[in-house]
Write a protein that binds this ligand. Structure first.
Ligand SMILES: Cc1ncc(COP(=O)(O)O)c(C=O)c1O
Length: 439
């Protein structure tokens, strides 16, 4: 047991946690290395979720840790409002080179939620600067997750996350989600059925008129809502409808970005070029909070037309481009590059796919879906107790030495991209053993 085991768990109001349930039987992590956590009681836990979809290069990588240690002792903080520090510019350039197409401008934030709110604000301000200020509507998607700021919540589509917080932003509409077990259960990769659901954007345009719509935001692969993989052709259709009506397309790549699908970004994977991309998580391997919004030349240039000396975009965070986060991100990019991690998922995907689909036929498994190094395993819900079955699996997995993530009754797997085949065998083997015990 840890020396510093907390004597009181009451004060920490934990995020997205059943606080009372957790505190009655806490699960504490003490340290981590590569593919494993060590829990407070000393047992090893295989990380099947890259922390929270962020530790893509595995835990406590020396190069990243050292870069952080060095930078914090050298430049603890530097303002980026009317000031700068060299590495923030270097990082933005490297990121812009990594991102395909004309997404050449990077606005730094500290989280996915901030990236989303930033992108929505860029979209609104862009139209206004172009003299198209009636374009204020934002279109999200049912079951979308775009963080917890009021902007992200408003375009997000998870009812439980939204219902406590009033009317949210006005003028928001939602596309239908694409999840359909009747047509797509047990699909490997992108489902064949469902591209037509993008045509719902035409209906929304007809309802509101294109002249009122600023942007559509979607996760190319929706992670937090339970691994919803876009049907073949769906994102391409969204792109062409947005083009037809002058609507900006935003990809929220907070999860997809930095190698999760086996390509650097979902933009590469699907070959669809959005106007704005939001990222966070894997940008620093989860080490230090950071996010980044990528904007196209066309969008950025519209901002750069005003009077010299005027601040072009009245937005930013105290910690935008924080030196320590910047150092962590640069070191993370070095590790990704040196180890080929941003494309490693593509090499491992067939093995991972075969392994997770071997869970078909286990009790209560009603769907398995996968793309890159992500899988969703959907369980039938217990009557009147949505989420209880997957939660039981989650707790049992942790006790047995495996970290999985659950949302409702969907188990999501998204291991660090350094995973080896034997880890995949252990992960899937342990999960299979547990699922056999969950009634
Ligand atoms: C697609 C997406 N957008 C935004 C967010 C919010 O990120 P954060 O929790 O860093 O604010 C998440 C978090 O999981 C996410 O998956």
């Amino acid at each position: 047991m840890l020396d510093n085991y907390p004597s009181d768990l009451g004060a920490f109001w934990m995020p997205f946690t059943a606080n009372r349930q957790f505190k009655a039987k806490p699960r504490l992590l003490a340290s981590a290395k590569d593919m494993h956590y060590t829990a407070a009681d000393g047992h090893q836990v295989l990380d099947g979720t890259a922390g929270l979809w962020c530790v893509n290069a595995g835990h406590c990588r020396e190069a990243i840790t050292k870069a952080v240690q060095t930078k914090v002792a050298e430049l603890d903080f530097a303002p980026t409002f009317q000031m700068g520090h060299p590495e923030a510019f270097e990082l933005a350039s490297r990121l812009a080179k990594l991102m395909p197409g004309p997404l050449n401008h990077v606005f730094f934030t500290n989280s996915g939620s901030e990236s989303v709110d930033t992108a929505l604000k860029i979209a609104l301000a862009y139209h206004r600067l172009k003299g198209d200020g009636a374009r204020t509507r934002l279109i999200g998607r049912e079951r979308g997750y775009h963080g917890v700021g009021f902007g992200g919540l408003s375009v997000g589509g998870i009812a439980n996350n939204r219902k406590h917080f009033g009317p949210l932003l006005p003028g928001v509409d939602h596309l239908p989600h694409t999840h359909n077990l009747e047509h797509n259960a047990f699909t490997r990769g992108e489902p064949e059925w469902g591209a037509h659901l993008a045509d719902e954007l035409e209906r929304i345009v007809t309802l509101h008129d294109a002249s009122t719509i600023a942007a559509v935001i979607v996760e190319p692969m929706a992670g937090s809502t339970g691994v919803l993989i876009p049907p073949k052709g769906y994102l391409q259709k969204l792109r062409s409808i947005c083009d037809k009506y002058g609507i900006l397309l935003i990809f929220d790549e907070v999860i997809c970005g930095f190698g999760r699908l086996g390509t650097p970004f979902a933009v590469n994977y699907f070959g669809v070029q959005p106007d704005l991309v939001t990222t966070a998580k894997g940008i620093t391997n989860g080490t230090i909070p950071m996010g980044a919004v990528f904007a196209s030349d066309a969008i950025h240039d519209v901002f750069m037309n005003g009077p010299e000396g005027a601040i072009e975009f009245l937005h930013g965070y105290t910690y935008s481009g924080h030196p320590v986060a910047t150092a962590a991100a640069l070191a993370t990019l070095d590790v990704y590059e040196a180890e080929g991690l941003l494309t490693r998922g593509a090499e491992l995907a067939p093995y991972f796919e075969a392994a997770v689909h071997s869970l078909a036929g286990l009790p209560n498994v009603i769907d398995i879906r996968n793309i890159g190094l992500v899988a969703g395993i959907e369980l039938a819900s217990r009557p009147g107790a949505v989420g209880a079955r997957a939660y039981e699996a989650f707790v049992k997995c942790f006790e047995a030495g495996l970290l999985i993530r659950t949302t409702g009754d969907i188990i999501a797997l998204s291991p660090p991209l350094i995973i080896e085949r034997h880890h995949i065998d252990t992960l899937v083997g342990q999960l299979a053993d547990i699922l056999k015990t969950v009634a």
